[in-house]
Design a protein around this ligand. Structure first.
Ligand code: PLP
Ligand code: COI
Length: 341
């Protein structure tokens, strides 16, 4: 299979159309058999539920080329399960897990030429998504839906790759205590766009959101969970019902404990204690682990001792171990790696 002639090391995190995508439609209470197609356009009613009331959800995972030349995905079963949770919360039909996994395999295999080579620093981003396609005008769930998976080759999410980020504490809230912060609903991202643009206009890379009820506890950013490392090398991550249960974060906590022998804690993290941590990072499929060098709260700066030049030592070990598992350099826990070919 001949790879596309792309400048893999410099593609950035952008949409680039690939050859094939997967589509399945839900009508009269069931999903059709689904198909791969070259058609990258979507034609729906002007009054479709997704256009009127934002009834949509999505997932994000990646395909990797391993050191020995296989193409694999990382824990896609957890993406299928999380999409099921998102669909149920949004009164959308569930796309069955086995079909989700089969569709991911098919669409990646069909776009093999776009899976970046091992060592290029790039991966194939896989975006499953679902939206209400039939008309609604009263506020209610639609009757028809479309499930699609697109793929696009991507580089690092943050410009500058592994360079530590500067983030600011946002004055906006991301999620309400009993809202939709724990699912991957498109609406969570729509309402974060103004906040991220404000952050960028003020010279920051990302936002740190606090809990909406008390504004004293760390939640997450617009697209990643937080990890902190204490001065005695304990890995700490915020626990909250209103953050997305990141698959990367859950994997990293396991890796920290079982591969690196570190103590781990998932607990409420008060903003007041952030200044006492030695390292901070953002974790997610897109972010992988992106180090944070500085957090600014209305002019007050917290600088981590790991500095603004490189990843902190524990963050680096976590990064190397996780990517080692994903790229086949290290043995993975059972069931984490799905071989596509
Ligand atoms: N938090 C938010 C808001 C996200 O959008 C994402 C990305 O999916 C994550 C966290 C990280 O989750 P995961 O590691 O499953 O990609
Ligand atoms: C992902 O990491 O897959 C996401 O969906 C986050 C998004 C901000 C790109």
């Amino acid at each position: 299979m001949e790879k596309k002639n792309l400048d893999w090391a410099n593609i950035g995190f952008n949409y680039r159309k690939t050859d094939m995508r997967y589509v399945s439609n839900y009508k009269n209470g069931s999903w059709d058999e689904g198909t791969l197609t070259t058609d990258d356009t979507v034609v729906i009613s002007e009054c479709a539920g997704v256009l009127q009331y934002s009834q949509s959800c999505f997932e994000g995972l990646k395909a990797y080329t391993t050191e020995d030349g296989h193409i694999v995905t990382f824990r896609p079963d957890l993406n299928a399960e999380r999409m099921e949770d998102s669909a149920k919360r949004l009164e959308m039909p569930v796309f069955p897990k086995e079909r989700f996994l089969d569709a991911v395999t098919k669409v990646v295999a069909a776009n093999e030429a776009y899976v970046p080579p091992f060592g290029s620093g790039a991966t194939l981003y896989i975006r499953p998504y679902m939206f209400a396609s039939s008309p609604v005008i009263g506020v209610k769930p639609a009757e028809e839906y479309q499930f699609r998976i697109l793929t696009t080759p991507v580089g690092p999410y943050f410009k500058g790759g592994a360079k530590p980020l500067t983030i600011c504490v946002s004055d906006f809230d991301r999620a309400a205590p009993h809202g939709t912060g724990h699912i991957k609903a498109g609406l969570n991202y729509a309402m974060s766009l103004h906040a991220i643009m404000e952050a960028h206009r003020n010279g920051f890379d990302e936002n740190m959101y606090l809990d909406a009820a008390t504004r004293t506890k760390v939640e997450e950013t617009g697209g990643a969970n937080f990890l902190f490392v204490t001065k005695d090398n304990k890995v700490v991550t915020p626990k909250s019902n209103s953050i997305l249960p990141s698959i990367t974060r859950r994997s990293l906590m396991y890796v920290a404990k079982e591969y690196l022998g570190l103590e781990v804690e998932e607990r409420e993290v008060y903003f007041d204690e952030v200044k006492d941590f030695a390292e901070c990072g953002l974790c997610g499929t897109a972010a992988v682990i992106s180090p944070v060098g500085k957090i600014v709260n209305h002019g007050e700066e917290i600088q981590f001792s790991s500095g603004m030049e490189t990843m902190g030592p524990v963050t680096k070990k976590l990064y190397d171990t996780l990517t080692g598992i994903q790229m086949g350099r290290l043995e993975a826990p059972k069931g984490w790696i799905h071989v596509i070919k």
